[in-house]
Design a protein around this ligand. Structure first.
Ligand SMILES: *Cc1c(COP(=O)(O)O)cnc(C)c1O
Length: 373
């Protein structure tokens, strides 16, 4: 699905030098490399504040803690996403309210959000799924009208750009009150372990979340509130700082592979290519087909036999996960998400795909769905 070894070989010198510098300095936690990466990521994203943290899940948790939400407060999230989005809501004793997604873009469905708002709703957590921004104009308008916070789950969408009705363009993670991203190795900007970051343009929220991420501490050994221990370590920051200058080229490589896939599959009626959000660019964390006229699981097996990995993101929507079963929800309540879970298939997507590999993958996918192989 990804080829991190080949990617590393291209930038080995920069990465190795960065890691060595951290080891020589012995500044492993909160060192200068973290501060440098933070500043470079602020410049890249346009976010006023970047708060580096331990991983994307912690970023989401610290965001909700920073907003001061209380048990019983409702937080709206899509039911078709990675578990972390709702996990932190549940962990904090808040009430996850799940909603359906759009069939074409697979992002949160606005009509469903509108219907889910109650007097207890405090926040919406849209997920920019697979690398394109949800409809942020509509989400921000709705949030404003109902006095709700917006926390963007931009873990899959760093570098994606969204253009608002007034012509203003902003990056994924920098449009809501808070944005969260992940540097998990396979993410579009991945480190060599765990890492994450929080974005905000609000000074007070930034100060609060920075303290929460470091044991609720502003002055050493003085704890203003209950926090967590979630810091990006200096070695990961050095790796990310070496990779950040390449992020735009990485995004272009992914978009090029996606365009190859689109072209190959556009006229096949058994496969639906990913639908695009009209106001967002797509950075293709995943390239996800909907297999509508063939057996998705047989296709996946056939590809595996030919040495082609393909993954199902995600096989079970949140409301059908054992740990999250809830009498408020039953099977059939979120028909689009349930249909997607039964038909999505993500193909290999990374920065190192060449034409020969793309030809082999697309040829085999088409051969299998058309019954020629
Ligand atoms: C990866 C991911 C997360 C969690 O990030 P980690 O760094 O793995 O904790 C959260 N939400 C989404 C949508 C993700 O893809």
């Amino acid at each position: 699905m990804v080829d991190l070894q080949t990617q590393y070989q291209h930038i080995k010198q920069e990465i190795d030098a960065g890691i060595q510098e951290v080891i020589d300095s012995a500044a492993f936690i909160k060192g200068p490399k973290v501060a440098a990466f933070q500043a470079h990521l602020e410049a890249y994203t346009g976010a006023k504040h970047v708060i580096p943290v331990g991983n994307g899940t912690d970023a989401l948790q610290i965001a909700l803690m920073g907003l001061g939400l209380k048990p019983g407060d409702e937080v709206i999230t899509p039911t078709f996403t990675f578990i972390a989005t709702a996990e932190v809501v549940a962990l904090l004793g808040l009430t996850p309210v799940v909603v359906d997604v759009d069939w074409n873009t697979m992002n949160i469905d606005l009509e469903s959000v509108r219907r889910a708002i109650t007097p207890k709703t405090k926040a919406i957590v849209p997920v920019h799924l697979f690398g394109q921004c949800a409809d942020m104009q509509a989400i921000m308008d709705l949030a404003k009208a109902h006095h709700l916070y917006v926390v963007e789950d931009a873990c899959q969408a760093i570098g994606a750009k969204y253009t608002f009705a007034n012509g203003e363009t902003k990056q994924a993670g920098t449009m809501g009150d808070i944005g969260c991203t992940s540097f998990f190795p396979s993410k579009n900007l991945g480190c060599y372990g765990d890492g994450g970051a929080i974005f905000t343009n609000d000074d007070a929220l930034a100060d609060r979340m920075r303290a929460i991420s470091n044991h609720g501490c502003r002055v050493r050994y003085h704890h203003d509130e209950i926090g967590v221990n979630s810091r990006l370590d200096s070695i990961q920051a050095a790796i990310l700082d070496a990779k950040l200058p390449h992020l735009d080229a990485y995004i272009e490589a992914r978009q090029r592979a996606a365009a190859y896939y689109d072209k190959a599959f556009a006229n096949n009626d058994k496969l639906l290519i990913p639908g695009h959000e009209p106001h967002s660019t797509h950075v293709f964390h995943q390239y996800t087909l909907r297999v509508v006229g063939a057996d998705r699981d047989k296709l996946r097996e056939g590809l595996a036999e030919r040495g082609i990995p393909a993954m199902i993101y995600y096989p079970v929507p949140l409301h059908q996960q054992k740990a999250y079963l809830d009498p408020r929800y039953k099977d059939g309540d979120f028909p689009v998400a349930e249909k997607l879970a039964s038909c999505v298939l993500s193909l290999p997507m990374h920065t190192e795909l060449d034409d020969e590999q793309l030809e082999y993958i697309t040829g085999n996918v088409l051969g299998l769905v058309n019954g020629n192989l």
